[in-house]
Design a protein around this ligand. Structure first.
Ligand code: MG
Length: 381
C-alpha cells in the first residue's frame, strides 16, 4: 500500500522507505533510475576528547554519537546524532527512536516530504531527526554529483571564520590552550563559574584575539550578570551567549535592555517555533542542527531568525567532521560560526573540510564532502 515506486528496503532498519524523489523540480530529479536497494545502518561512535571538556553544567572525558548511513545505488550518505542531555536526549533515546521506524511510519514520495515528516516520526529526538536529515541530504547531493551547498544555492566564499572553544579549566590551563589557538580569528570561552574574571584575565595575558563568552546558563543573578557583561565589554569580548537560564525570560529581557554586548540565545532556542520568544531577551540565536533536527529545520530556523531581525550563529555539540560538515554547508548564511568540535576529538572517523587560517573552506566533493576514514571508533554496541 502506497510503497514508493522502485523503493524497497533491505535494511537493519526494516520498513524505512527511501524517498522516491518524484516531485522535485526537473533539474533536481533523479529520472527513472530510482534506487532499488536501500540499506540504513546506525552505529555508536565513542569519541575521545583531547582534553576533558568542562562547561558550567559538567565535564566530559569522552562523548558518544550515533552515525547513521543510507546506502543506495552504490553511494552512501552519512548523518550523525549527537544527543545532549540538556534537551532530554540520550544515546538510548536516539536508538529507541530509530528502532520505531516501521513500514507504516510514513509513505514518502519525495525527499522534502520525508524531511517534513521527521518531527512527527521522532517527536522526542531532534538529534535522531538530524541524523536522518543529514544522511538524506548527503545521499541526495551525491546522487546529483554536486556539493550540497551548491544545491542549496549557498556561496562558500561567504564563510565567516570559526571560533575555537576553550572549555572551563584552571585559569592558567585556559590561557595555555588560548596561546595554542593563534590561528583562529576569535576564541569562545566557556564561563559560568566563580572564577570567571580570573579566567579572562589569564587569557588576556597571552592573547588579544577577540573573545566570545558562553556562560551556558551559569549566571543566576541578573545584577551580577550585567556587571559581568559590562566588565567583559571592556576587555575585548564581542558577545555573550546564554548568560542566564533559558527559562528566566524576564531576567533575559532585563539584561538585554542594559547589555552593551549582543546576547545570543542558545539553550533558549530549540525548534523553529521557539524563535518567536527570542527578540525580547536576546539579539541573536545559536542554531545547532542537533537541537532543531537537521538542515531542513535549520534553514527554516535561520529564515525565521532573519525575519525577526536576529543575528545568527551556527554552533555544534561534540560531533565528528560529519556533523560539522553538515552545519558548515549553511554556515555562510550566518554571522558567527562556532564549528570546531571535530578539533576537540582525537579519533575523528571522518575527514571533512579543511580549516585554513581559522576558516572552514568547503571542498568541492559531492554531498557533504566527507570521507569515512574510521580511526579508533568503537564498533556497534
Ligand atoms: Mg552555547
Amino acid at each position: 500500500m502506497g510503497r514508493p515506486r522502485n523503493a524497497h528496503v533491505v535494511a537493519e532498519l526494516p520498513g524505512f522507505f527511501f524517498p522516491a524523489l518524484t516531485r522535485l523540480p526537473q533539474f533536481l530529479q533523479l529520472g527513472d533510475n530510482l534506487p532499488d536497494i536501500v540499506m540504513w545502518k546506525y552505529i555508536i561512535q565513542r569519541l575521545e576528547l583531547h582534553h576533558p571538556f568542562r562547561i558550567s553544567r559538567g565535564v566530559s572525558h569522552f562523548r558518544e554519537t550515533i552515525r547513521v548511513s543510507v546506502e543506495a545505488d552504490g553511494r552512501t550518505g552519512y548523518g550523525e546524532a549527537a544527543p545532549n542531555p540538556r534537551y532530554g536526549e540520550s544515546i538510548d533515546g536516539v536508538l529507541a527512536a530509530l528502532d520505531t521506524l516501521n513500514a507504516d511510519a510514513f509513505q514518502p514520495d519525495s525527499l522534502r516530504s520525508v524531511l517534513m515528516s521527521l518531527p512527527q516520526l521522532f517527536p522526542q529526538s531532534p538529534s535522531a531527526r538530524a541524523a536522518v536529515d543529514i544522511a538524506l541530504h548527503d545521499w541526495w547531493a551525491q546522487s546529483l554529483d554536486l556539493p550540497l551547498y551548491r544545491l542549496l544555492g549557498i556561496d562558500p566564499a561567504r564563510m565567516p571564520p570559526t571560533s575555537k572553544t576553550i572549555g572551563i579549566a584552571a585559569p592558567d590551563e585556559m590561557a595555555r590552550r588560548a596561546s595554542e589557538s593563534a590561528e583562529f580569528a576569535c576564541l569562545k570561552i566557556k564561563l559560568g563559574t566563580d572564577q570567571d574574571r580570573e579566567m579572562i584575565e589569564a587569557i588576556r595575558k597571552v592573547t588579544d584575539q577577540p573573545l566570545r563568552v558562553d556562560a551556558n546558563e551559569g549566571w543566576l543573578n541578573r545584577e551580577e550578570a550585567i556587571r559581568q557583561i559590562e566588565w567583559l565589554a571592556g576587555v575585548g569580548v564581542e558577545l555573550v551567549e546564554q548568560p542566564m537560564p533559558a527559562a528566566r525570560i524576564e531576567d533575559s529581557a532585563w539584561l538585554k535592555q542594559r547589555s552593551p554586548l549582543p546576547l545570543i540565545a542558545d539553550e533558549a532556542v530549540t525548534n523553529p517555533s521557539s524563535v518567536s520568544d527570542i527578540p525580547e531577551g536576546y539579539h541573536g540565536i545559536n542554531i545547532k542542527l542537533m537541537k532543531c533536527g537537521g538542515l531542513f529545520a535549520g534553514l527554516d530556523l535561520l529564515t525565521r531568525a532573519r525575519t525577526a531581525g536576529l543575528q545568527v550563529m551556527i554552533g555544534c555539540m561534540v560531533e565528528t567532521s560529519c556533523g560539522i560538515a553538515a552545519a558548515a554547508q549553511i554556515a555562510p548564511l550566518t554571522d558567527f560560526v562556532d564549528l570546531d568540535s571535530n578539533l576537540l576529538i582525537s579519533n575523528d572517523p571522518f575527514e571533512g573540510h579543511p580549516l585554513i587560517d581559522g576558516t572552514i573552506r568547503l571542498n568541492n566533493r559531492p554531498g557533504l564532502g566527507v570521507r569515512l576514514i574510521e580511526r579508533g571508533v568503537e564498533p556497534l554496541r
